[in-house]
Design a protein around this ligand. Structure first.
Ligand code: ADP
Ligand code: MG
Length: 336
């Protein structure tokens, strides 16, 4: 059946039923006064610091229907938003989904989309409390996530707190998402294990929610999630913190499957590829050491923050020689 046969309100009813019969966000729902069905959602607030973020996910800009299943799209769109809450050290609580769909879209594709979103929402306690549905020439999925700071002193992670002398560190491994994108766009053939790993990294990223909260609890002040690319995202920290940075590229933890499939190019994918949704953060040597001990994932120091009026990021190799990067990362409206 096409969405045009079901109509806007029929589709909303179907999605509302799916959402309400899921267990996503049970704790958040306890504070919920009005969910899907009214003009706006309403819930009882609390005293913590509140967080809000929104991200658009547009067909042929952010994704291609030829490359991803609808379920993967739902997962990824939600993951990108939850990752922004992770980068603030917060806990996601509520999500609203604005959906634009061509008339000929199959209803089962829309339910698959919601299945992917709900699956991730269930894992992170997010209640889907509303949205908007309209017809458009292309698919657009715009998700708003609301959350709060979980820790007692309401400390949130920002991009503006990096201090000269602090270490620069990342969670997990980098480069696999960009390797996955290239594998899918260029139709590259790898073995089953590599193919699955790279596809998963690109289409089912796992937001570092727990890790973001752990950073905040251990006194980290500055973090960003890696969505555009390591260097590009580090540049945001440098700009807002008014500092420079020196990165030793050989210390960057390149995802082993990306290395196995892309060889030397994998380093560039790790530095500028983006969409790994790992956390990039800064802290004193002691703070980073504490985080390392407590984190459930690898944490790697890749360089240091420097006092620098020009906010310059210097890349060096193992010998201390300058390393040249082809392209720093993704930016909309910039000619390529
Ligand atoms: P309005 O005309 O006031 O904008 P709508 O008819 O758009 O109301 O929406 C009716 C209800 O359904 C609202 O509670 C809205 O939040 C919810 N809703 C609409 N579209 C979606 C969607 N794609 N996902 C989840 N909830 C939705
Ligand atoms: Mg509406």
């Amino acid at each position: 059946m096409k969405v045009s046969e079901l109509g806007e309100f029929g589709l909303i009813d179907l999605l509302a039923n799916m959402i309400n019969s899921s267990t996503a966000g049970q704790a958040s729902r306890q504070q919920l006064i009005i969910g899907i069905g009214d003009d706006a959602a309403a819930w009882q607030g609390d005293e913590s610091t509140q967080l809000a973020t929104v991200d658009a996910f547009i067909q042929d800009v952010h994704f291609s229907l030829a490359m991803a299943s609808w379920e993967e799209l739902g997962w990824k769109a939600m993951a990108a938003n939850l990752s922004d809450i992770a980068a603030m050290g917060g806990a996601p609580k509520y999500a609203l989904v604005s959906l634009a769909l061509p008339d000929h879209t199959e209803v089962e594709n829309v339910t698959a989309l919601y299945k992917g979103m709900i699956e991730l929402a269930e894992q992170f306690g997010v209640a889907l409390v509303g949205g908007d549905t309209c017809s458009a020439p292309l698919v657009a999925i715009t998700i708003t996530v609301l959350g709060n700071s979980k820790n007692r002193d309401k400390n949130i992670l920002t991009r503006s707190g990096a201090m000269p002398g602090e270490k620069v560190a990342v969670t997990g491994y980098l480069g696999a998402a960009a390797a996955g994108l290239e594998m899918l766009t260029e139709k590259l053939q790898f073995g089953a294990e590599v193919t699955n790993c790279l596809r998963r990294a690109f289409l089912r990223p796992y937001p570092r929610i727990g890790e973001g909260q752990l950073l905040a609890e251990h006194g980290v002040k500055t973090a960003i999630d890696i969505s555009d690319g390591l260097i590009s995202d580090l540049r945001h920290i440098c700009k807002l913190s008014q500092v420079g940075a020196r990165i030793e590229v050989d210390r960057v933890p390149v995802e082993p499957m990306a290395k196995a499939s892309f060889g030397d190019r994998s380093l560039e994918l790790a530095l500028s590829g983006g969409e790994d949704y790992e956390l990039l953060f800064t802290g004193s040597t002691e703070t980073v050491e504490k985080v390392k001990m407590a984190a459930p994932c690898p944490v790697t120091v890749i360089g240091e923050i420097a006092a620098d009026e020009a906010r310059k990021i210097t890349l060096v190799d193992r010998q201390g020689n300058p390393f040249h990067l082809q392209k720093a990362g993704w930016e909309h409206f910039i000619a390529r």
